[in-house]
Write a protein that binds this ligand. Structure first.
Ligand SMILES: Cc1cc2nc3c(=O)[nH]c(=O)nc-3n(C[C@H](O)[C@H](O)[C@H](O)COP(=O)(O)OP(=O)(O)OC[C@H]3O[C@@H](n4cnc5c(N)ncnc54)[C@H](O)[C@@H]3O)c2cc1C
Length: 506
């Protein structure tokens, strides 16, 4: 799987969330010798627990974060071209609540949102009358008007894998389940100690520069493990989501104003579900302990039920997940005041010896841009070649050619008529053009091997173990796919046993 390069590496990246993966991809795309390690599975941290919006962030206009919104809007278009299977447009409906924000204010916000960055494919915003409109169907009759506008949705955990595959294609060494336990400067290099999660064995690697992209763990990695001095004040903010059976037929999502002056979203999710989120509460405990609290569930249900004709109940919840936003403060602010926290990213470089770049904050949406900016920052202290021409190509799986994703899927349908349409669609959405390699020489369903439940077969599990670093059932069911929503506990146990056996066999 890995492609070991001669040490010292030029760059060693700590953290295989979206930020680390994107930096590894950008650096390897410049011909640097790159290694990236994550203590756990890739995307285990915040990068599989987001709202999965690739968006400018309409609500950040209220905090005058225009730079962030403009950059993020620009990235929507770029990511749709770079990973078309993992980023797709969505129409969002914002029901108007006169008591919360006046119509002129929303119109102004949407005008800016439409025009802060050029849109090539996404339609602009409009006001709609909900009564009699399909978008009004799930909503209470009290809501008469709404604003519809465009954004994108994406698959966060799969975007991490796409970036890692991109990095690997440019020669990067990708190290899952390898915890960095120490990083020290010695003899003009970084000496990094890695601990293997399975065996507990440790080893050392060397690198000319270090990148700390440990997300919510960034302070711990900088201060405790690497002895790097940083100045920004990190704040961890928990955000939770619930997933319930599909609440409406259309593909639109809803952007809802809450009674406490926040916003929440509801989206169609994995065809048969609706995802609802999110919350914002300070998180003081270790990031890996984050969980959804009963209060958050009550809050989310109450807020969406203010809008829904048919209320959602606690018993409807099929899955709940929580993540920790690694945010940092801009300007002073009270500890309880979350409005002083930006969603933008920032870097600090410590170059008292071989350089260390620490990444603060950031969004899923801006990962590519953040990585390019990180390269520019490193170039000041470190010789940095220009990107190879292929570095601007779509990431692995994303090069659909002139016929696009739809044409590619149609060609698979012609060549593999035996493959059930929902499975074909899921594979194209997840793996893009790599679905071809996944199908391989299979000529009928029996060739897909053992059936684990729903539409998960051995062939896909083997593909994920061999090409995407999956090592256990949770990696497959909750990060490489979302089939955790579909498989029973017994089916998941069967999958876990199969994967453990494969690992044992080597
Ligand atoms: C509730 C919520 C909703 C969000 N919604 C959106 C959204 O809709 N759109 C959007 O653009 N953004 C959104 N975000 C923000 C986005 O998800 C994050 O900015 C992004 O995922 C952060 O990625 P990261 O790589 O910095 O951190 P992470 O994904 O947490 O990655 C850090 C990695 O470092 C690893 N690590 C830690 N310590 C070590 C060590 N010692 N050795 C090796 N590895 C280590 C961890 O295992 C982890 O995998 C949301 C965030 C949250 C919490």
């Amino acid at each position: 799987m890995t492609n070991p390069q001669a040490e010292p590496y030029d760059l060693f990246v700590i953290g295989g969330g979206i930020n680390g993966a994107a930096i590894a991809c950008a650096a390897a795309g410049r011909g640097l010798a790159v290694a990236l390690a994550d203590a756990r599975d890739f995307g285990f941290g915040t990068s599989s627990r987001s709202s999965k919006l690739i968006h400018g962030g309409l609500r950040y206009l209220e905090t005058y974060d225009f730079r962030l919104v403009r950059h993020a809007l620009q990235e929507r278009e770029i990511l749709m071209a770079r990973t078309p299977h993992l980023v797709w447009p969505i129409r969002l409906v914002l029901p108007h609540v006169p008591a919360l924000r006046p119509r002129w204010m929303i119109r102004l916000g949407l005008f800016l949102y439409d025009h802060l960055a050029s849109r090539k494919t996404l339609p602009g915003s409009e006001m709609i009358r909900l009564h009699g409109h399909a978008f009004g169907a799930p909503l209470k009759e009290d809501y008469e008007f709404a604003f519809a506008y465009s954004d994108c949705r994406g698959d966060d955990a799969r975007l991490v894998i796409a970036n890692l595959l991109g990095a690997q294609a440019f020669g990067a060494t990708i190290l899952p389940r390898q915890k960095v336990t120490a990083a020290q400067r010695a003899d003009g290099k970084w000496r990094i100690t890695l601990e293997d999660a399975a065996s507990g064995e440790t080893r050392e690697v060397t690198a000319r520069a270090l990148v700390n992209a440990a997300g919510p763990w960034v302070d711990h990695v900088a201060g405790t493990l690497a002895g790097v001095i940083t100045h920004r004040r990190m704040r961890l903010v928990r955000g939770s989501h619930i997933v319930v059976p599909r609440l409406w037929a259309g593909e639109q999502g809803y952007f809802l104003q809450t009674t406490d002056n926040r916003t929440m979203e509801m989206f169609p999710y994995e065809d048969d579900f609706t995802s609802i989120g999110t919350t914002d509460t300070p998180w003081e405990r270790p990031p890996e302990e984050v969980d959804v609290s009963p209060d958050e569930i009550d809050y989310m249900l109450a807020q969406v039920n203010n809008y829904l004709k048919t209320p959602v109940r606690r018993a409807d919840i099929r899955w709940a997940y929580a993540g920790v936003r690694p945010l940092f403060e801009v300007g002073g602010g009270r500890d309880s005041d979350l409005t002083t926290l930006t969603r933008d990213y920032a870097f600090e470089i410590d170059n008292q010896g071989p350089p260390a770049l620490t990444v603060f904050g950031g969004k899923l949406t801006t990962h590519r841009r953040m990585a390019e900016d990180a390269m520019a920052r490193l170039a000041a202290v470190f010789s940095m070649p220009a990107p190879k021409p292929e570095a601007s190509n779509p990431l692995p799986g994303g090069a659909f050619g002139a016929d696009g994703l739809v044409g590619f899927e149609a060609s698979l349908a012609r060549r593999h008529a035996w493959l059930p349409a929902p499975l074909r669609r899921r594979w194209v959405r997840n793996y893009g053009t790599r679905a071809k390699a996944l199908i391989g020489a299979a000529g009928n369903i029996a060739d897909l091997g053992q059936h684990f439940g729903y539409d998960l077969y051995q062939r896909e599990v083997d593909f994920l173990m061999q090409t995407e670093w999956a090592a256990n059932a949770e990696d497959v069911l909750w990060r490489r796919t979302k089939l955790g929503l579909r498989l029973t506990n017994e089916e998941a146990a069967k999958l876990a046993a199969y994967m453990a056996e494969q690992i044992e066999l080597g």
